[in-house]
Write a protein that binds this ligand. Structure first.
Ligand code: NAP
Length: 213
């Protein structure tokens, strides 16, 4: 499979690229700082498209010819508050133009689905804290998700709780979960779960939460 990755140089993006290449896929890394890919740039199955995810021409170049697109973008320093919405719109447009159907993207667990069970007290506290301290970013995530689920693409929105730098364990729980204050998943496990989403069809047109056990 040829997988285009936005956010390829991020803390989830790098392990995702490694895992996708190790699994035998071709990867196209859209990167505004390609040097962060390090030696991966020499990999025969990795193509780098240098540029910004808010630039439609860059996104189109990265998406053309792909079998699937994965967005692991995050509001890194200097990123606009509406990064996910703007980049997501460019991805959807490019996917339509080039007949690419599979799109897996990330949102925080603060983005709700009407299939979610009621929130625990801790979950409600985390939600209130996110709204208070990262309201604009949460709004961007929600808007991005609203627009993606409204498309006829084969989308998946993965909703992790707090991300950690822990190791890969392969031991996670996914679904419409009742998240609590202590829920977390390592970026290494998140990257692996996202790849299973891309490779299979279990979570097509679904918004799974995923947390470490
Ligand atoms: N932190 C948490 O606990 C948590 C919890 C749930 C969900 N999430 C979500 O998980 C996602 C990934 O998190 P992470 O920690 O892996 O992110 P990260 O390490 O901050 O990486 C963000 C990636 O986005 C890229 N990026 C930002 N603006 C860009 C632009 N304009 N054009 C191209 N690339 C751009 C960055 O590129 P550069 O390397 O060039 O900066 C980097 O590759 C985020 O969306 C976050 O909201 C996070």
């Amino acid at each position: 499979m040829k997988i285009t990755v936005l956010g390829s140089t991020g803390r989830t993006g790098l392990p995702f690229v490694d895992r996708a290449l190790a699994a035998g896929h071709d990867a196209v890394a859209l990167a505004r700082s390609p040097e962060k890919l390090g030696d991966r740039r020499d990999h025969e199955r990795l193509t780098v498209v240098a540029g910004d995810a808010t630039d439609p021409a860059t996104v189109e170049e990265a998406v053309a010819g792909a079998d699937a697109v994965v967005s692991l973008l995050g509001h890194a320093d200097g990123a606009p508050d509406d990064l996910l919405t703007v980049a997501g719109d460019h991805v959807v447009a490019a996917m339509r133009d080039h007949g690419v159907e599979r799109y897996v993207t990330l949102a925080g667990a603060g983005v709700r689905s009407d299939r979610d069970p009621g929130r625990s007290l801790g979950g409600r506290a985390v939600g209130a804290g996110l709204k208070l301290f990262a309201g604009d970013l949460l709004e961007d995530s929600r808007e991005h998700v609203d627009r993606v689920v409204d498309t006829d693409l084969d989308w998946t929105v993965v909703r992790p709780p707090r991300l950690t730098e822990g190791p890969y364990t392969g031991d996670w729980e996914a679904g419409y979960l009742r998240m609590g204050m202590g829920d977390a998943i390592s970026r290494a496990d998140l990257a692996a779960f996202v790849l299973t989403c891309v490779e299979g069809d279990e979570w097509v047109r679904e918004l799974p939460m995923v947390t470490g056990r």
